[in-house]
Write a protein that binds this ligand. Structure first.
Ligand code: SF4
Length: 482
């Protein structure tokens, strides 16, 4: 049986292909992009083993969420670097009726390209540069293989979404954008739209942890508004502007109006008309893992609402450790009380699972509150519940038994991260072991050891780095109450 090597899984992604998708990030990449924010996914030959059957079993659980457009995406690392596994998985998924997508830089053994594309509905094609020299400078390899991939794409019927990471001083100019348009011209009929992704430095710390050299320390992050301006330019010139706008509108319509607003803690009791009116005052934007939404001492001049994805709230303790206080997910809001009290944030808020966030400015929110006093009551009620959560956390931190801490933590994760599967509960945690441990004041080593012990007792199963299956919640309850 062909086995793949997995870096991680995201079960309900919105950013890697059309609709809601389960994303398998495969381990290993032959490139060394200077801006790579996941250098831990580059090493070839490591990562967790996974079979095509594992993939199928996972995605079957999430099929009801995919709707007409969503499905399964293989990303990386570089998925083409595991061509046999990828091909087998795509074939199986197509046979089972799933929509498939690969998120690739176009580097892998060319003899597999045609077959792989035959079983892919969409390709998210990451273009590093527009010449051999540019590829060598940005990705550490020439563009020969990429050119072969683009030729194969041209001869296939796959739809393409182009992505380009824009780094200040490299391609943030009109002439580079013209070169990009020229570079994709052979496949332009298949291109849905072009996305310009602004360079950020969220992966910088990982380089230090891995003992790697990060060469962009002195390069500033890319200004998001400028990057958006270039995105508009490229899509307009290449005739994809309407599709780009449609996609942006779809994010808004799908996530906010149809689902999120009617379920959000703040707005669910408003009438449909009231919700439509307030939705016009909210600015929606995508957020990426590792993105800092706000930090301690920032002025709290806006309310953040999580439409999709997850945000961790944490502070750095005096000994330099990260202490996570809460994890906020769909339907929750952040900063309500700060807005009312006109105070600064005292914690940091960082995205741990990519998604969409709604932002509403204080002056707009104040006006809205005057007309909707019941929302004020809801903010106070939620704030009170959060005090209860903080008390809970203090109790967890001061409990001396690590067994009790870990069992209580897993139970606590169920409402936010759990999905029932037969008599078990699958926890898809969007956090590392270190982050998980931080919620109960344990080191990565200790929590890993304790989870291993629970696994040996058959109480849980460790499916992947971020997926835990609880087989015996009653036993966990017994331990947590001991
Ligand atoms: S292709 Fe992606 S995973 Fe590979 S080095 Fe570049 S950014 Fe990193």
């Amino acid at each position: 049986m062909i086995k793949g090597r997995l870096h991680s899984i995201q079960t309900m992604g919105l950013l890697d292909g059309p609709g809601v998708r389960t994303v398998f990030f495969l381990q290993g990449c032959p490139l060394r992009c200077i801006y790579c924010h996941n250098p831990d996914s580059q090493r070839i030959g490591c990562g967790e083993e996974i079979t095509v059957e594992d993939v199928l079993n996972t995605v079957k659980k999430y099929r009801p969420y995919y709707g007409n457009e969503g499905g399964v995406t293989f990303s990386g690392g570089e998925p083409l670097n595991q061509p046999e596994f990828l091909l087998e998985a795509l074939k199986t998924l197509k046979r089972e009726g799933f929509n498939t997508c690969i998120d690739t830089s176009g580097f892998g053994p060319p003899e597999y390209f045609e077959e792989i594309l035959k079983y892919s509905d969409t390709v998210l094609l990451d273009i590093k540069s527009f010449s051999n020299t540019g590829y060598l400078e940005i990705a550490g390899v020439g563009n020969g293989i990429f050119n072969k991939f683009i030729k194969t794409v041209k001869n296939s019927s796959v739809s393409v979404i182009i992505r380009h990471v824009m780094v200040p001083g490299y391609t943030d100019n009109k002439s580079s954008m013209d070169k990009l348009i020229n570079y994709i011209s052979p496949i332009i009929k298949q291109v849905e739209r072009v996305e310009i992704l602004p360079f950020h430095k969220m992966g910088e710390e990982k380089y230090t942890e891995l003992g790697l050299n990060y060469t962009l320390t002195d390069v500033p992050e890319m200004d998001k508004t400028r990057a958006l301006g270039f995105e508009y330019y490229v899509n307009r010139v290449s005739g994809k502007f309407k599709r780009m706008e449609k996609m942006k509108k779809e994010v808004f319509d799908q996530v906010l109006v149809d689902k999120w607003m009617s379920e959000s803690h703040l707005f669910k009791n408003l009438t449909k008309d009231e919700r439509t009116n307030i939705s016009k005052l909210i600015e929606f934007r995508r957020m990426n893992r590792g993105e800092l939404i706000f930090k301690s001492f920032d002025r709290a001049d806006r309310l953040f609402m999580v439409c999709n994805g997850k945000i961790k709230i944490y502070e750095n303790t005096l000994d330099g450790k990260e202490q996570i206080m809460y994890i906020y997910s769909e339907r929750e809001f952040i900063g309500g009380l700060n807005l009312l009290r006109d105070t600064d944030y005292i914690y940091n808020g960082e995205c741990i699972e990519p998604g969409v966030i709604g932002v509403i400015r204080k002056e707009v929110f104040d006006t809205f509150l005057k007309d909707n006093p019941e929302v004020l009551l809801r903010i106070l009620k939620m704030s009170f519940e959060r005090i209860r959560l903080a008390e809970d956390m203090i109790r967890r931190l001061t409990t001396t038994s690590t067994d009790v801490k870990v069992a209580a933590l897993l139970l606590k994760m169920i409402p936010e991260f759990g999905h029932p599967s037969g008599s078990s509960i699958i926890l898809h945690l969007s956090m590392t072991r270190e982050e998980l441990g931080s919620l109960v004041g344990l080191t990565r080593e200790t929590i890993t050891r304790k989870l291993g012990e629970l696994k040996d007792q058959g109480i849980i199963e460790l499916e992947s780095n971020k997926t835990i299956i609880i087989h015996d919640a009653n036993k966990l309850r017994e331990i947590s109450e001991a």
